[in-house]
Design a protein around this ligand. Structure first.
Ligand SMILES: [Zn+2]
Length: 82
């Protein structure tokens, strides 16, 4: 169960705009503004923090919601948590 959840959370990515290769990235990587490389064609993607601020805000919120959700899930799964 936990392994499945972990695999799912590490499965973030999007298709490369150039070669359609699935580029693996993480929300953290996007939020910190790290450069992302496509392993298919070597395309380098720069995240412009200024122009993508609204998108980054949404991602940040999504990240928080997901963290809270998995936290709640962990609590709910724990026997005798009530
Ligand atoms: Zn590519």
């Amino acid at each position: 169960m936990l392994q499945g959840l972990k695999a799912k959370s590490e499965n973030h990515g999007f298709p490369c705009p150039q070669c359609n290769f699935k580029i693996k990235t993480s929300i953290e990587q996007i939020l910190t503004g790290s450069s992302i490389f496509c392993s298919g064609c070597g395309l380098q993607l720069h995240i412009d923090k200024q122009t993508s601020a609204p998108a980054l805000d949404a991602l940040k919120q999504l990240n928080e919601v997901m963290e809270k959700a998995s936290d709640d899930l962990a609590k709910a799964k724990k026997p005798g948590a009530r």
